[in-house]
Ligand binder design. Structure first.
Ligand code: CTP
Ligand code: MG
Length: 181
């Protein structure tokens, strides 16, 4: 695989993990997951992690994976790039892991005294990647091994923070998000 193909495969495979956060921003609101509970005087997760945002985020990622599966044959034929097809386990593990990572990051932010919306550089940009990959490794180990080769993983770790900053910056400029991170 040349570098261009590696980047295309990395982005394709991670798209179902990329959209949940953005979908959650659009869908967020309603009951917070922690139900308002505190721990050590601080919220467990905070109002920024809601049931609705989480459910819509996971659903959006799974639907996107199904759409990508339908598109893959056409793209493979025209581009000759060997794109992965998402098995059912990965269709859910990628977005569920992404949401879980985001929730875990909020937990850490609250424990370290950061208010809702506070920035935590690198944690904000990579939390969801690490959890999406870990959950997919557990749910679909053979597929994980085929798709997430070392070069693909390197591309993901380098490109994801940039993508995250750009998409959240756009969401902020559009007034959809309160902070640009
Ligand atoms: N959101 C949600 N449920 C999630 C994740 C996000 O409802 N599981 C929505 C919330 O409305 C949240 C917005 O998306 O305010 C932006 O997400 P994020 O930046 O992750 O949350 P913050 O509000 O910044 O809170 P935190 O400091 O805990 O990250
Ligand atoms: Mg935030």
């Amino acid at each position: 695989m040349d570098i261009f193909e590696t980047i295309v495969v990395a982005l394709w495979a991670m798209l179902p993990a990329y959209v949940p956060n953005n979908a959650a921003v659009l869908a967020g609101g309603g009951r917070p997951i922690d139900g308002g509970r505190t721990w050590g005087g601080r919220r467990v997760l905070g109002d920024g992690k809601t049931w609705r945002g989480t459910a819509v985020g996971i659903a959006a990622g799974a639907v996107l994976a199904a759409i990508l599966n339908a598109l893959a044959p056409v793209v493979v034929r025209t581009s000759d790039i060997a794109l992965p097809e998402f098995p059912l386990a990965a269709m859910f593990a990628l977005p569920a892991g992404a949401m879980l990572g985001d929730i875990a990051a909020s937990f850490i932010k609250r424990r370290t005294g950061r208010q809702r919306g506070a920035a935590f550089p690198l944690l904000d940009q990579l939390d969801f990647v690490v959890f999406a990959l870990l959950l997919t490794l557990l749910a679909a180990p053979a597929w994980f091994g085929d798709v997430f080769t070392v070069p693909v993983l390197v591309v993901i770790v380098v490109v994801t923070p940039l993508l995250h900053l750009v998409t959240n910056g756009i969401a902020y400029l559009l007034g959809l998000k309160d902070e640009p991170w």
